[in-house]
Ligand binder design. Sequence first.
Ligand code: ATR
Length: 274
Amino acid sequence: MPVIRCAVVGSPIRHSRSPLIHRLFAEQFGLALRYDKREVAAGGLAAVAAALAAEGLRGINVTIPLKEEAWVLATRRTARAAAARAANVLSFEADGGIEADNTDGVGVVRDLLGHGVTLAGRCILVLGAGGAARGIVPALLEAGARRLLVANRTATRAAELVREFAALGNIDMLPLDGRCDEAVDLLVNATSAGLTSMTPPPVPAGALAPGTVCYDLVYGSGETSFLRWARLQGVTIRIDGLGMLVRQAAVAFERWHGLVPTTDPVTKALRRRL
Ligand code: ATR
């Protein structure tokens, strides 16, 4: 059986869990897969993607800081990638084309639903307006959110994001130091605050109620700073981004290999190794 090849590119890439996730998925089907990781700095994606496509790779996952470059490089885009203006999956097609997809949003939605969290009819507050927020906001609106609020340190970025996705549903911005006029059902941290320091991002007053679900796109070996903050506020349902990481990878795996992997055992295996 010929070995299928895929890879993940970005910087820093050393600690990427994607090779392990894809290997564990491949084992579920006895698929002969070689999945590499490649350090690629900003500005370097086009040359590397061309080389990898020429080597016969089926596709690549793209991570920080290349998601916008990946979007630009693509010759076609799925609707959700087009909306996000950022891509985390590139597929090299037989005709030489490159298809961009963004599976971050579907990853979050599936993970939340998998945890029994309802999204339809809910009020959701997203903290952050960067690339991560762009990927998930359209998916949350499409999942039926009744109201989606965006709060960001730089208000102009939140305003821009809100303007861009206004056609998809009821979306509005909120100053980080402002007051929420209703407690939200779901509070999502899509900032990078917890990645770089142990200080969680500020949260608008009035947003939290004991029943609010707190979801952090960040994950780590211990509790994230945002989820620690949520626990100290009395929030009982707190979910980190590991499940989302595995689920967004599953969508890419399905796109490349036409096989639907089981995600829960892979998330558990990863959790043990963090
Ligand atoms: P990503 O692609 O991971 O979203 P990004 O585009 O650099 O990365 O966006 C990072 C997000 O985290 C932004 O919303 C950023 O706020 P600004 O738009 O004001 O820069 C937010 N962020 C980063 N550090 C933060 C902090 N210490 N407190 C609050 N928000 C922070």
